[in-house]
Design a protein around this ligand. Structure first.
Ligand code: GAP
Length: 456
């Protein structure tokens, strides 16, 4: 495996410098581990989510979309098991620093370093003694209405999944679908994580891309295998290098209370392997629980033969922020060109926030006007930029850093023969092309298959 130039520090710094992602509430000193997405970050994350919608909904006919409310009836969380079971074991330093840690994370780190995970733990910061573990519920609680009284407590959803189970009946009745079929949702979830970290990898507010696929029980095993392969392939199709991806099956101890089988898609980050997405066989746990707690019948009756059954659920559950940072980490590159270093994101063109930049070589002689006309034609078809500020080298470098795959330069020759230079971000190859063919040419390139040049 070729050595990567990337580090998390470089990604964080690029994100801040170019306005992809920056610390939230910075003028007040920031709010721990919360981030705001700036212009390019919004564009990139939107492209990630659109690629997910494309593969989950638009590209097939057995999945429908949902956008459920973040605030759900509090009984939802009793039924789902989150009120009692969505906890992490928390230990606190009794020594100097008084910091809190997840006990399971501390033991995992010791094991990864070759130590005995069952040993007595010490504070990893100051070496102090640690308290006995205490279970800590990760749901954010708040109150509905003007008075915080008994019964007014509600929760910010810790996963989008429950919306699909609670709305199962409405969707079934209105969508004319029958198992096997899925409900897909993208939206914010909230978890009061004890140890957020690694930039947007683990935060307390994040976006999930989840799909619940309802199937006849006998077919669940087959669909579980299908979705594992499908989701693993999605990251590769969008350019992530296969040698940095793996699919890891959970052993019995690691399984959630609702799951009979789970596999994680993991990526090799600079800090080690990290989970991008879990694919779980949730059986009939959720629908059975919600039927019990709500008193509604949620089983499916096959109109063909009258057979009644509670569908099983296969769930691919991904994080949009984690996926975005994965695409950035995987695409990050540095190289020296004619004695000068360039930093670039070799993003799949479909994900790149801006697809092309139109740059007049000179800020005179009709070149800016010509470049602007090409830019206006292009931006009607794909996200484009027009940049006149600074030397041409500096402008190329700005585009390389945000991953723009194509640069179009208008120069003196353009004014004579109406051709422009088309520059490729990865190969740096420059070709001459008629100005009136640019839009068609780039649309063709954008639709073409792509593999990471880092694999070459
Ligand atoms: N409905 C199942 C579920 O929520 P999960 O493994 O807890 O499963 C799914 O979450 C995905 O959501 C994770 O694989 C990850 O990508 C993302 N995710 C979970 N917690 C997160 C956090 N604190 N910060 C960012 N992303 C998170």
């Amino acid at each position: 495996m070729a050595k990567d130039a990337v580090t998390m520090e470089k990604i964080v710094s690029l994100c801040k410098r170019r306005g992809f992602v920056f610390p939230s509430s910075e003028i007040y000193g920031g709010l721990a581990s919360t981030y705001d997405y700036g212009h390019y970050g919004v564009l990139l994350k939107t492209n990630v989510k659109n690629a997910w919608w494309q593969s989950m909904v638009h590209g097939r006919d057995d999945i429908v979309a949902l956008d459920a409310a973040i605030l759900m009836h509090p009984r939802t969380w009793e039924a789902s098991g989150h009120l009692d079971g969505f906890t992490d074991p928390l230990v606190q330093c009794l020594g100097e620093c008084k910091r809190r840690f997840r006990e399971d994370h501390l033991r995992e780190t010791i094991e990864a370093d070759g130590g005995d995970p069952d040993q007595t733990l010490q504070c990893p910061v100051c070496g102090g003694e640690l308290s006995e573990p205490r279970n800590f519920n990760l749901m954010f609680a708040t109150h509905m209405g003007p008075v915080a009284e008994e019964g007014s407590e509600i929760y910010l959803r810790p996963e989008t999944a429950q919306g699909m189970f609670v709305d199962f009946k409405s969707v079934l009745q209105s969508s004319r679908k029958k198992p096997p079929f899925g409900i897909a949702q993208v939206g914010k979830s909230f978890r009061n994580e004890i140890t957020p970290g690694n930039f947007v990898f683990r935060t307390r507010e994040f976006e999930q891309m989840e799909m619940e696929f309802f199937v006849p029980p006998a077919d669940a095993g087959e669909w579980y295998e299908y979705w594992k392969a499908e989701r693993f392939g999605w990251y590769q199709d969008l350019g992530v290098r296969p040698d940095h991806l793996r699919l890891r099956e959970h052993d019995a101890e690691e399984l959630s209370h609702y799951s009979s089988a789970t596999a994680d898609v993991e990526y090799l980050f600079p800090f080690g392997w990290g989970e991008l997405e879990g694919i779980a066989n949730r059986g009939d746990f959720d629908l059975t629980q919600h039927a019990k707690f709500s008193g509604e019948k949620l089983d499916y009756v096959d109109p063909g033969n009258g057979e009644r059954y509670m569908p099983y659920v296969i769930e691919p559950a991904a994080g949009a922020d984690r996926a975005m940072v994965t695409f950035m980490v995987d695409a990050y590159d540095e190289e020296e060109i004619e004695g000068r270093e360039r930093v670039l994101l070799r993003l799949h063109p479909r994900l790149a926030p801006v697809k092309s930049a139109v740059l007049p070589l000179l800020n005179k002689a009709g070149q800016p006007e010509k470049a602007r006309a090409i830019y206006e034609e292009l931006r009607a078809v794909m996200p484009a930029e027009f940049d006149t500020g600074g030397s041409i080298g500096k402008r190329y470098r700005r585009q390389d850093e945000i991953g723009t795959p194509w640069g179009i330069t208008v120069d003196h020759q353009t004014m004579e023969d109406d051709t422009v230079t088309l520059r490729d971000r990865d190969s740096l190859e420059q070709t001459r092309i008629a100005a009136d063919q640019i839009v068609g040419e780039l649309a063709k390139k954008l639709a073409s298959p792509w593999t990471s040049p880092k694999l070459a």
